[in-house]
Design a binder for this molecule. Structure first.
Ligand code: ZN
Length: 467
């Protein structure tokens, strides 16, 4: 056989090398494109499917007022369990959680002035507060703006009166959560502080920028050893009116009735669904919201929306066949609103079982249009996490900032889990928060879906790149 000319053999070799090189290049390019393709398919799926919106509608309209320990909460637990099964979770289970059992009673409040006349005020009892007697209480009222002023007024001005905390949100603050943070101690600690000076009840201006008729509840915490006094929130419109009347009639009286009661602790559940990890099944990434909601609310933005977004992560992964390396857990926490025992129990059990918790994300800041995420990370880690922003550019999601995760996942920090908060636009959140104005109708399906897609995408990327 005639041997091949040397030049031809060389050409074949070069061709072979080029082919291998091209194959490697193409496979690298495909690999680099893969996350973009997957993220695109996650958004496509979230934006064209109504499951999350339908789940939210059910939670709002059929388990309204699902405060921990209530029959509505039990119904929500069963619905959420079934929703996770329907989403295709590899396993779904309930985790037993101790919860307080507080029940609202009759509530009524009116102001009487010799100058201005009489008017009913729109009020709602604060969670975990004690009630008045069945007859209610009648007393003079004194307006206060902070604890320093309370101290200056002292026992002689406060004793025997109802203290009216009326410091509004600072509307100059762009982040609504900062404005909330600057006002909320009136609600959480105001009753205890006022009690120290002999107040017999507290009325707190509702925690919202909005001027409207809705009273906004929320938990109050009595300090050890103080005399527990009844505490209610008043709508911002009525707070304004009360303040106006007080300017010209400091001797006006309030009649307050609130027959809420604290009962012995009860049992409830966190609802948990998992997609098993393909490479590191014993490392966990938690994605959660809280299933409980205030008894006067449908709990759409706080926090039914966060719950259905967590379920969506499971549904989307199963539908698209995304196989995370680590086990992804959707956790619908119970009792965030009163004493956060859902989050505490989850972290305690994780610790006892020796589980490795890689990261945890909470969606509990409403479900308006996504802005980005907050990370409880040092500057080096934050820089790495910011490398992910390019994947989100097509979706106008740009904010990767330093910040906390959420109260339910906070106890996981001790186990080393990276804390992540989902950050939607914050401007309207406190219009609804903890009030009867937090209804299904306030949620926009597109904004909810965009959030679900953003959360599912971030978890996918964190896991993929081991960030
Ligand atoms: Zn919440």
């Amino acid at each position: 056989m005639q041997s091949m000319p040397r030049s031809m053999s060389n050409t074949r070799e070069v061709q072979k090398i080029i082919t291998v090189f091209l194959l490697v290049l193409v496979s690298h390019l495909l690999k680099a494109q893969e996350p973009a393709k997957i993220i695109s398919s996650v958004f496509d799926e979230a934006l064209t499917d109504r499951t999350a919106y339908n789940n939210l509608e059910y939670l709002c309209k059929h388990t309204k007022g699902r405060i921990a320990g209530s029959p509505a909460a039990e119904k929500a637990i069963e619905y959420a369990r079934q929703a996770l099964i329907n989403a295709g979770a590899d396993t779904v289970w309930l985790q037993k959680v101790p919860v307080p059992h507080w029940v609202r009673g009759n509530e009524k409040c009116s102001v009487k002035s010799s100058i201005h006349g009489k008017k009913d005020l729109s009020i709602t009892a604060l969670g975990l507060s004690v009630g008045t007697t069945e007859e209610g209480i009648t007393a003079k009222i004194i307006e206060v703006h902070d604890f320093e002023e309370l101290k200056t007024l002292g026992l002689k001005s406060i004793q025997g009166k109802i203290v009216f905390f009326n410091r509004p949100f600072d509307n100059k603050l762009i982040n609504s959560f900062s404005a909330y943070g600057g006002a909320v101690n009136q609600r959480t600690m105001g009753p205890s502080e006022a009690s120290k000076y002999g107040a017999i009840a507290v009325i707190v201006r509702s925690m919202t920028q909005s001027l409207d008729k809705f009273p906004h509840t929320g938990v109050t915490r009595y300090a050890d050893g103080v005399n527990k006094i009844p505490a209610v929130a008043v709508s911002t419109l009525d707070a304004e009116l009360l303040s106006q009347w007080l300017k010209t009639d400091s001797s006006l009286t309030i009649h307050l009735l609130s027959t809420c009661k604290n009962y012995p602790d009860a049992w409830s559940y966190n609802v948990i669904g998992e997609v098993y990890g393909s490479l590191k099944p014993h490392e966990y990434i938690t994605v959660g919201g809280h299933l409980d909601a205030w008894d006067i609310a449908e709990g759409a933005v706080d926090d039914g929306g966060g719950c259905v977004q967590a379920i969506e992560t499971i549904r989307i992964y199963k539908k698209l066949g995304i196989k995370p390396k680590r086990t992804v857990r959707a956790v619908l926490f119970m009792n965030e609103e009163m004493t956060a025992t859902g989050g505490k129990t989850y972290a305690e059990e994780a610790k006892n079982k020796g589980e490795v918790h890689y990261a945890a994300l909470e969606s509990d800041r409403g479900v308006m249009s996504p802005r980005g995420f907050s990370f409880d990370a040092d500057s080096t880690k934050l820089e790495k996490l910011r490398s992910l922003t390019s994947w989100f550019e097509p979706y106008n999601i740009r904010d990767f900032d330093k910040g906390g995760g959420g109260s339910d996942i906070a106890p996981l920090k001790a186990l080393g889990a990276l804390q992540i908060g989902y950050i939607p636009d914050s401007q309207r959140y406190f219009w609804y928060h903890h009030s009867a104005n937090d209804t299904f109708e306030q949620v926009n399906i597109r904004e909810l879906q965009m959030g679900s897609a953003a959360i599912a995408s971030l978890i996918y990327l964190l896991d993929l790149f081991d960030l």
